[in-house]
Design a protein around this ligand. Structure first.
Ligand code: XIL
Length: 452
């Protein structure tokens, strides 16, 4: 592909020279025809008659003339024909399909990774199959995720992650206060380790979270410059991070938890104060501008238990969707064994599916001690089974989502004694799928049963 780039660059430079020398008596610089770049974009679907065939749809929109060429994963360029392109992918493996769109201003590209297993092209690029006694092996065409830290990627953590999960989210090391601790100085040590681990093990990485009021470094809270400089700084940050992980991080939570508790108004964060009420749209646009292929999510909590908050969240999603800036909704599911009710969780799914968005069951943990009883010392077998039922219910609801809207079912932690909830609530609890020694709990079986 390098050759293609060099060829395009040469053509572009020659055009610049021609336009600059096009006058007899004076050399005037003329920007080549004044046109803008046209952003390449495409979608694909799996043929209903042949599971090894995909239909590629060039969805590039742009004024003026442009040409489109495909690279079907071989490195050769094939001109785009009118209508859908049929592409047969026979061998098991992973294919990177690219579309290049060129006009006088230069060229842009879009790419998609398509995975193929013995049954054909895998919907959502997540292949089913595998050991059905594991979480990921029992999930069909969606990912099962967990959180990681850079110092929890070896030993039993590594074993369990690779056995049960095919998606990872950084628990806190891909947030702004860690990646961008002081102005002009990024620290990508931990985030690189996490992303490299995902790439090396064929595990998708979900980026979490670019903008979150709770993980904003103090230099950003107290930013010394003007509002315009603040916005430029945020653009630089989003651009730097997305460029670094382009092609390695499959999806990002761009803005996390923007809705205020109680009022359901926009939280009055430093981002809103400095960039305006449309700061969310601005941040998603910045992300899209860098990487049109990465999946962009809006993520928030209490969406099931609070119908007002749910409506506020869908209003944000609708605005982003109109601008074609959002791919999915992340519903944090920090819930309890006794609520919210199934119907309330289903309402989050229904609103997401009706908007044609991907549904991420994100940040799942299920409290067994919502009463906050500090004298609890162990998980009773009664509560363990009630917790299992709730995990199973979540897994059933997720499994019933239409394939096209599935994304990932992500638990917020591996084993009980590593749950953030212990600190957050300050009382004992047992909210995850594994006990302190990595033994699967009844909850683990509940998830597998729910995935059937
Ligand atoms: C939590 C992490 O688990 C903690 O380790 C960290 O100190 C604070 O953040 N909602 C979110 C997550 O979106 O990022 C939070 O994670 C939990 C609540």
């Amino acid at each position: 592909m390098k050759n293609f780039r060099i060829y395009k660059l040469l053509a572009f430079l020659i055009m610049l020279v021609i336009s600059a020398c096009d006058s007899d008596d004076e050399v005037i610089y003329v920007s080549p025809s004044g046109t803008d770049l046209v952003q390449a974009s495409f979608t694909y679907s799996i043929s209903t008659t042949d599971p090894n065939v995909i239909l590629l749809n060039n969805t590039t929109q742009g004024s003026g003339d442009f040409t489109s060429e495909w690279d079907f994963g071989t490195g050769d360029l094939v001109p785009d024909e009118p209508g859908l392109e049929e592409l047969r992918l026979d061998g098991v493996g992973s294919y990177t399909i690219k579309l290049y769109v060129t006009n006088t201003a230069g060229f842009t590209e879009a790419s998609e990774t398509v995975r193929v297993d013995e049954d054909g092209v895998c919907p959502n690029s997540v292949c089913g199959g595998g050991d059905p006694s594991t979480l990921k092996g029992s999930a069909k065409n969606f990912s099962v995720g967990t959180i990681v830290r850079d110092n929890r990627l070896t030993g039993m953590h590594d074993e369990v992650i690779r056995r049960d999960f095919n998606n990872i989210t950084s628990e806190y090391q891909m947030k702004m206060n860690v990646m961008y601790p002081s102005q002009g100085t990024y620290d990508f040590g931990p985030s690189d380790a996490i992303v490299d681990y995902g790439v090396a093990n064929g595990i998708d990485v979900h980026g979490h979270a670019l903008i979150w009021h709770n993980a904003t470094p103090s230099w950003v809270e107290n930013f010394a410059g003007t509002d315009a400089e603040f916005e430029a700084m945020i653009r630089d940050y989003i651009t730097t991070v997305l460029e670094r992980y382009k092609g390695k991080v499959r999806s990002w939570d761009v803005v996390n938890e923007a809705i205020e508790d109680g009022s359901n108004a926009l939280r009055n964060s430093v981002f809103r104060q400095r960039m305006g009420d449309d700061f969310i749209e601005k941040c998603y646009q910045m992300a899209r501008d860098v990487d049109p292929d990465v999946l962009l999510f809006y993520n928030d909590y209490n969406m099931a238990s609070d119908s007002g908050k749910r409506a506020a969240m869908f209003a944000i999603a609708d605005r982003l969707k109109t601008l074609n800036l959002i791919d999915g909704i992340g519903a944090q599911l920090h819930i309890s064994y006794n609520g919210p009710a199934r119907g309330e969780i289903q309402a989050v799914v229904d609103g997401t599916v009706s908007r044609d968005l991907l549904m991420h069951f994100a940040e799942i943990d299920i409290r067994t001690n919502p009463e906050g009883n500090s004298s609890v010392t162990a998980l009773s077998s009664e509560r363990a089974l009630l917790q299992k039922d709730k995990y199973k219910e979540l897994a059933e609801i997720y499994t019933d989502i239409p394939t096209a809207n599935k994304f990932a079912f992500t638990v917020w932690g591996l084993k009980d004694n590593e749950s953030w909830l212990l600190d957050f609530w300050g009382v004992p609890d047992f909210p995850l799928l594994f006990d302190d020694n990595f033994n699967p709990k009844p909850a683990y079986e509940g998830v597998i049963e729910g995935f059937q």
